[in-house]
Design a protein around this ligand. Sequence first.
Ligand SMILES: N[C@@H](CCC(=O)N[C@@H](CS)C(=O)NCC(=O)O)C(=O)O
Length: 232
Amino acid sequence: MIRFYYHPTPNPAKIALFLEEAGLPYEVVPIDTGRGEQHTSTFRKINPNGKLPAIVDTDGPGGQDARVFDSTATLLYLAEKTGRFLGTNADRPELLSWLMFLGTGLGPFSGQAVHFQHVAPGGLDYALNRYRREIERHYQVLNDHLEGRSFVVGDEYTIADMSAWGWLDRAPRVMKGSGTPLAPWPNLARFMNLMNARPAAARARAVMATHSFKTEMDEQALRALYPSNFPR
Ligand SMILES: N[C@@H](CCC(=O)N[C@@H](CS)C(=O)NCC(=O)O)C(=O)O
């Protein structure tokens, strides 16, 4: 059994998609980041980094409980555990490369683009420009790569596609002010249409809507999500 710790945000969404695609038995555990639940000592034992997603596999190596945190690590762990969505051996160098591009580039830059466009105070033009341009650059790299391809890696659906789906799904927020945020990148738009047509994508969205979470950005939420803005 997998316990899936989540909040309805892009990185956990990748894992919801994997679990739905694989049909693994799992239970969902909501962690309300607006209420600071990611900082409890109980959750920190599962993810010392205090972020979502994380899982506990009660049938981990040696039949023991195993925790896995970080969406890319979790995708790899679950793919290796089930032997699914890894592509071919010949595709492994590409799989690892694109997983890291998505997990260390497109994802974090998307997060910072959201932060500086939606959360940070005005007047930070340098930061705004940097994150927006970096997103556009990452989108362009992936768009170019997807020319003539249905999948990020090789000829089959892999965890790299699931990883890309998580943050590309938030393009309207990442590309603030654009009504058709993926229009300049037609291969990304085509890719997302293919991904969103998968029945598991709809089920993953439903899973992510299972619980209600705090949405008010009051002081409790600001302190929980952006502790660096508050004196220690
Ligand atoms: N590199 C991590 C990033 C995880 C991450 O930033 N998660 C966000 C949700 S998408 C989160 O937990 N935010 C709450 C917080 O930062 O307190 C991953 O890929 O899982």
